[in-house]
Design a protein around this ligand. Structure first.
Ligand code: HEM
Length: 456
């Protein structure tokens, strides 16, 4: 690391600015940010040093490139930072849900929601995950071209609707699915770290977004009302949240419940679909890893469908998923805003500066992952993990705002991977040009065209 944490705070390093008129520069930058924010961040990362400074119009932007700096922002000094400006806009949709709330509201909501995500509790969802994955496999035709990304989006949405609201595939989940798809198609551009600038622009997509949000609101409020009336525990996340009581006996209001349900749908469904899509893509390119995965599945499961108790023995599947999220982290960039003037890695950070942290960049840094572009699941053996700084790998963030759905995501990822790979081997279509598109999540632009070959 080339920043000296003991030195007295220096002024920010020389900013990376373009030699053009300010207005032209802003328009140019906004264009690039909307089109390809990852390329923009990668370009910033080429500058020397572990903390790179960029002046974007009136916004001070710092890109942190070292795990120690990530730990400082996410854990050690987390109270000195707030969520980025983009998430402020996201409140229009997510209200005061876990992802967007701050301070005492966040602490209370997190305390109330946490029990719903304990590993044992979510263990009861394993059957849904494996059954739905098996159903997805049964819908495939050998040799037929299909879009793996669309298939994974459909699958994770069905799992989310069932486990969160006990909504079965059918009218309710179709209604949720449609409205959510509309929201997702527009939402990302408003929650980029720079959305503070973007959302002031008159974008036509805003209306479409608001209509979809109103439709979703109707469905979710109706479900909450039905549930309150029947008082029934359906074993899903909504029931858990409805029953949750704070120490003083208080419960969540309808609005809080609505905000949490929306948050879980949005935070949990596309991220997991992306992780799975990239995993199938990487396996198609790495047949040795694919063979090892098939061997593990055949040995552990012997042809039967996986259950919760199998998870500790599906170690290689978990390492494959971990390595896939190293190369293609679904949440590729996290942002924080400094609450006051402070020092990060020996550099002075002014109040309201935006600090960007990208798992995509750090997880491809050869200092922490030698030969970084090589797909190698053995980077995730316990010994290999112990040899790296903790925040060299942070696809689920860290500190008090670490992903609450992480155990859910690992479980769904491993079960879907094992259920489908037990019966199928997937090959990329020879004409496929798969490339990442970084909006709020890192998704495959134009999908992942594949064909399935039956294994058994
Ligand atoms: C592979 C899948 C997933 C990835 C990569 C992922 C990643 C993340 C990351 C990086 C954060 C922290 C954001 C920040 O600090 O700014 C986060 C937060 C969150 N995630 Fe996930 N997530 C995944 C799946 C899920 C699932 C399945 C759920 C719910 C069932 C979920 C619910 C949430 C919630 C509610 C938060 C906000 C937590 C808080 O601030 O207290 N995520 N996620």
């Amino acid at each position: 690391m080339d920043l000296n944490p003991d030195s007295t705070a220096a002024h920010p390093p020389v900013p990376v600015v373009e030699k053009k008129g300010a207005a032209a520069q802003l328009v140019n930058t906004l264009h690039r940010l909307q089109g390809d924010p990852l390329a923009f961040v990668k370009r910033m990362a080429r500058e020397p040093g572990d903390l790179v400074y960029y002046r974007l119009w009136r916004q001070d932007v710092f890109l942190a490139k070292h795990p120690d700096l990530i730990r400082d922002v996410l854990v050690t000094n987390q109270h000195d930072y707030a969520k980025g400006a983009g998430l402020q806009w996201a409140k229009r949709f997510l209200g005061e849900g876990l992802l967007t709330s701050e301070g005492d509201v966040h602490t209370r909501q997190r305390r109330l929601s946490q029990p719903a995500f304990h590993r044992q509790r979510i263990g009861s969802y394993a059957t849904v995950m494996a059954d739905y994955a098996a159903r997805c496999g049964e819908g495939l035709r050998e040799g037929a071209l299909f879009d793996m990304h669309a298939a994974m989006m459909g699958l994770t949405l069905a799992v989310a609707a069932k486990t969160m609201c006990d909504a079965d595939v059918g009218s309710e989940s179709a209604e949720i699915g449609e409205a959510l798809t509309d929201v997702i198609s527009v939402f990302p551009r408003f929650v980029l770290p720079f959305a503070g600038l973007l959302h002031r622009l008159p974008l036509p997509a805003t209306r479409r977004f608001e209509r979809a949000r109103d439709r979703l609101d109707k469905v979710v409020y109706r479900m909450i009302e039905d549930r309150r009336r029947s008082g029934e525990d359906r074993g899903d996340l909504l029931s858990m949240l409805l029953m949750a009581r704070d120490e003083d006996g208080s419960r969540m209001s309808d609005t809080q419940l609505r905000d949490e349900v929306m948050t879980l749908f949005l935070a949990g469904h596309e991220t997991t679909a992306n992780a799975l899509s990239w995993t199938w893509y990487l396996l198609a390119h790495n047949p040795e890893a694919e063979v090892l995965l098939h061997e593990e599945i055949d040995t552990v499961l012997g042809g039967r469908r996986p259950v919760f108790e199998d998870l500790p023995r599906l170690r290689y599947a978990e390492m494959v998923l971990a390595e896939s999220m190293r190369l293609y982290p679904p949440a590729w960039g996290l942002g924080r805003r400094s609450r006051h003037d402070q020092v990060l890695g020996g550099i002075a950070i002014p109040v309201d500066a935006l600090v960007l942290m990208s798992p995509y960049l750090i997880q491809r840094d050869p200092r922490f992952f030698p030969d970084p572009l090589r797909f190698d699941p053995t980077r995730f053996t316990p010994e290999a993990k112990a040899s790296r700084p903790k925040f060299a790998y942070f696809p689920f963030g860290g500190g008090a705002r670490q992903c609450i759905g992480e155990p859910f995501a690992w479980m769904e990822g491993v079960l879907v991977l094992s259920t489908l790979a037990q019966r199928w081997r997937f090959r990329l279509d020879s004409t496929a040009r798969v490339e990442p598109q970084a909006l709020i999540t890192l998704r495959p632009r134009r999908g992942v065209p594949m064909r399935g070959e039956r294994r058994r």
